[in-house]
Design a binder for this molecule. Structure first.
Ligand code: ADP
Ligand code: MG
Length: 224
């Protein structure tokens, strides 16, 4: 088997809440193969976002090992973690977090420029990704001029802009009505597969999870 793109071993995370310690992650282990799309299921409060934040190298305070594309994150300094995040990961959230003053295409161009791409290549890739998602006629629209489903498609294009090996998605269609969520999720999966990326997708929606390659469940702090 090829080396996993994500390898999590015995991840633990606790929080203090009102003087009480709650152990949210109690030894989570998970390997995701290149190109594999894994659904992370669990009820609200089970720790899905906490797990994605740790894997996304956005939060410290956990114990355990997180290896991304062969690199163990805890061995890196802050700069190294930022580079690894930028080089290997893409993010999609429940709320799109697009830059409101920039057009759809600019929202997908900017992360590529930060990553060192040149402007013509970044423009071409952004237009290509957005067109693949059916937004070829929305390139110069600002987020406020787009529907919720369209905004979330732009966020998907942005997540894939820098060709990440792994996309982390936290309830990526959780803010959409059911019919739109189905369509946007199908397009997300098609694009991720087309780009050969892997994905870890937190959801509490069993029906959407069933469309992914594999399903893991967070229950009482461990994966079942
Ligand atoms: P999910 O995404 O599955 O709904 P979360 O990961 O958001 O679950 O939360 C899991 C548990 O951890 C909840 O009980 C939540 O209150 C707690 N929690 C998450 N983040 C923090 C934090 N920064 N401080 C204190 N408690 C937190
Ligand atoms: Mg959550």
């Amino acid at each position: 088997m090829s080396e996993p793109v994500l390898d999590v071993r015995d991840l633990r995370r606790s929080f203090e809440q009102g003087g009480v310690r709650i152990d949210v992650l109690r030894g989570v282990s998970l390997a995701v193969a290149p190109g594999e799309i894994v659904a992370l299921l669990g009820p609200s409060g089970s720790g899905k976002s906490t797990l994605l934040q740790a894997v996304g190298l956005l939060e410290g305070g956990f114990e355990g090992v997180i290896r991304i594309a062969g690199t163990e994150a805890s061995r890196l300094d802050d700069g190294g973690r930022t580079r690894l995040r930028r080089d290997a990961l893409g993010f999609v959230y429940q709320f799109h977090h697009l830059l409101p003053d920039f057009s759809a295409v600019e929202n997908v161009v900017l992360p590529q420029l930060i990553h060192g791409a040149d402007r013509p290549a970044a423009n071409a890739r952004a237009a290509d990704l957005l067109t693949t998602l059916g937004l070829g006629n929305r390139l110069t629209h600002r987020p406020s001029q787009l529907s919720g489903g369209e905004q979330q498609r732009v966020a998907v294009a942005r997540a894939l802009a820098n060709r990440p090996a792994l996309v982390l998605a936290d309830e990526p269609t959780g803010n959409l009505d059911e019919a739109t969520a189905d369509v946007v999720l199908a397009e997300f999966l098609r694009l991720v597969r087309g780009q050969g990326a892997a994905a870890l997708v937190a959801t509490h929606n069993e029906r959407l999870a069933a469309k992914m390659d594999r399903l893991v469940r967070l229950h009482e702090g461990v994966l079942a």
